[in-house]
Ligand binder design. Structure first.
Ligand SMILES: C[S@@+](CC[C@H](N)C(=O)[O-])C[C@H]1O[C@@H](n2cnc3c(N)ncnc32)[C@H](O)[C@@H]1O
Length: 340
């Protein structure tokens, strides 16, 4: 692999093969982001760690494991919707697009979208954007399976990746944001985020948004408290990461995973709960944390939506809905939108 230093110097360009390269944001900027977020989130109550820090190499591998758990219906349901609407989606797109995917992870469901895009017009480009280094492995295996697709990845935040895409010429963009990742944001942040995506789109661009739907509490709580304990390991991995990268001394076995459904908020909330009186030093963030039994660190929200809520968010962010699909059991939704 060839690594080239870039201008502006925030990125390296890694050339893996003729059809696959990616931009990677400099490691020191990522570490500074983690240190600042930990200082802000654990420096005072209520304690929190933003969910984007779940996804180091171990966290991304654990998330992939979550995706195939029997209790975790979102991944297989969204993949099912994308597979069943392939022809219709190709018809609605009606031509060649560059696929830009926010939070692409292992790029597994992406294949369903690429199939529709290849039906709509051959010679697709794919731009996976993810804060995790998973981009190399995820998009790497996709390149092997899609010989007509060229991949330019970005290992950075959604915003950083979209800013790079803005400078690219070529076909219109289909921006995809799957896996209900938008649900990690508070409702006002979600509309602001969608508005930011909208503001970066050109006439002719489209947006494909996968969102989890409101449903029975027992189904939701089972999905985030699986019997094999994979989601618990995923949640606790945030502490391992802070130990490794910021030199902290969290005793991870003295914390437990909790993921209750908050019916008033319409969201699953994820916490790490202190099981003891304990003091944790985090030198890389310059703080010391004193916890009592039962003290909670909030690590994630996962909002669940009704169809009217989805339509309202789209409208408020400046989008017109072209089509909204759901599975037969109304567990999950995929919405195709365009700038209004
Ligand atoms: C819930 S997973 C979804 C993965 C995949 N899209 C799916 O549907 O299975 C969220 C993905 O977004 C990435 N991610 C989380 N926060 C991010 C951010 N602020 N900027 C860029 N990527 C982010 C994570 O690394 C992870 O791969």
């Amino acid at each position: 692999m060839v690594r080239q230093r870039m201008h502006p110097p925030a990125y390296f360009r890694c050339v893996v093969s003729e059809r696959f390269s990616y931009y990677r944001v400099a490691g020191r900027r990522r570490l500074a982001d983690l240190a600042g977020a930990v200082r802000d989130g654990l420096g005072s109550r209520p304690y929190s760690i933003p969910p984007r820090f779940f996804y180091d190499d171990a966290g991304s591998a654990l998330f992939e494991e979550i995706c195939s758990l029997p209790e975790y219906y979102p991944t297989r349901t969204e993949a099912g919707i994308l597979g069943s609407v392939r022809r219709e989606l190709a018809g609605l797109l009606g031509g060649r697009f560059r696929l830009v995917e926010l939070g692409s992870g292992h790029s597994t469901k992406t294949r369903r979208v690429l199939d529709a895009l290849e039906d709509a017009g051959p010679g697709t480009e794919y731009v996976p954007i993810d804060i995790s280094d998973v981009v190399e492995a995820g998009a790497g295996s996709l390149v092997d399976d899609y010989p007509r697709v060229a991949v330019t990845g970005v290992v950075d935040t959604y915003e950083g990746g979209l800013a790079l895409v803005r400078g690219m010429d070529g076909p219109p963009n289909l921006v995809a944001f799957l896996g209900s990742s938008l649900g990690n944001m508070y409702p006002d942040e979600s509309v602001a985020f969608l508005g930011m995506v909208r503001s970066m789109m050109r006439p002719g661009d489209m947006f494909l948004l996968g969102l989890d739907l409101a449903k029975d509490k027992s189904v939701l709580e089972a999905a985030y408290n699986d019997s094999a304990g994979v989601t618990a390991r995923f949640n606790l991995n945030a502490l391992h990461r802070i130990n490794r990268e910021l030199g902290a001394d969290f005793e991870v076995s003295r914390f437990s995973h909790q993921a209750p459904y908050n019916a008033d908020g319409g969201r699953i909330e994820m916490y790490l709960v202190s099981e003891a009186d304990q003091t944790v030093r985090i030198p890389g963030a310059g703080i010391t944390l004193r916890l009592r039994p039962g003290d909670r660190i909030h690590t994630e929200n996962s909002y669940k939506y009704t169809v009217p809520q989805i339509r309202m968010m789209a409208r408020d962010a400046g989008f017109a809905v072209r089509r909204l699909w759901r599975d037969d059991n109304e567990l999950f939704s995929v919405t195709l939108m365009e700038p209004a």
